[in-house]
Design a protein around this ligand. Structure first.
Ligand code: PRP
Ligand code: URA
Length: 230
């Protein structure tokens, strides 16, 4: 870890330390940010956040919420004519689950659009620095996509989402979107400012990050809750 990343006493400084976190109201009107207002989404989010929801049910809910988000995020896809009066989705559709918590949401997109290409990308947030580290990459070299959706339930400091979009941009995909379940205002603002050319879809906007970079009220660790690794 370098000097600039270390506070006096050798403790790592975290991205959100020393800067005031934006309030919800300050990020609600950001361009290209879409926060779901669907009542069914709100209903399912209540069950997802419930501490008593166990991993099998949690995973099922992530997939259902992911399907609702997939409908919202794909509302503006381009169509091309097939025969007179018929149209189909133009070009390939890609989904990049940010491992591992994004896996359930990739399945949601697959339910909605069965022939999506799934491009796996492994990023792990270092719990001491909150920096994302790439550990797995199955992005193909041949790119023939109309759009690619990076999916991950949690947008906390925004580091993982920003890195994922950077990696996808280097593949030359014409259009990128981020789809998440819960965002903190801090991470949403960072992602929107760093990548103003992408659409961002989330099911809910929460209040803040705590001093460990967890979303408050949030739902805890989305990966652990999906896969039962407590
Ligand atoms: C979580 C989450 C995001 C990231 C969000 O993953 O799924 O990828 O943290 O935090 P950020 O916005 O501050 O980058 P984690 O790295 O814990 O990995 P996991 O999915 O394997 O649990
Ligand atoms: N990752 C999670 O799973 N939850 C958070 O609140 C922040 C990062």
């Amino acid at each position: 870890m370098n000097e600039t990343n270390t506070q006096y006493g050798g403790r790592p400084s975290l991205p959100m330390q020393g800067v005031p976190q934006p309030k919800r109201d300050e990020v609600l009107g950001l361009p290209r940010v879409h926060i779901s207002t669907h009542p069914v989404m709100a209903h399912k989010m209540t069950a997802l956040r419930d501490k008593n929801t166990q991993p099998p049910e949690f995973y099922r809910l992530v997939k259902e919420i992911g399907m609702l988000l997939a409908y919202e995020a794909t509302a503006n896809l381009a169509l091309e004519p097939v025969e007179i009066e018929r149209r189909r989705l133009a070009g390939g559709i890609g989904v990049t689950p940010i491992l591992r918590a994004g896996l359930g949401m990739a399945e949601s997109f697959r339910e909605v659009i069965p022939d999506v290409q799934i491009w796996h990308l492994g990023l792990r947030r270092d719990e001491n620095t909150l920096q994302a580290m790439e550990y797995y990459n199955q992005l193909p070299h041949k790119v023939d996509l109309q759009v690619c959706y990076a999916v991950d339930p949690m947008l906390a400091t925004g580091g993982s989402a920003i890195d994922a979009i950077n990696i996808l941009k280097r593949r030359g995909i014409p259009r990128l979107s981020y789809v998440g379940i819960i965002a903190a205002p801090y991470g949403l603002l960072k992602l929107s400012q760093t990548h103003p050319d992408i659409d961002i879809f989330v099911a809910a906007l929460d209040e803040s990050l705590n001093d460990r970079g967890y979303i408050m009220p949030g739902l805890g660790d989305a990966g652990d809750r999906q896969f039962g690794t407590f």
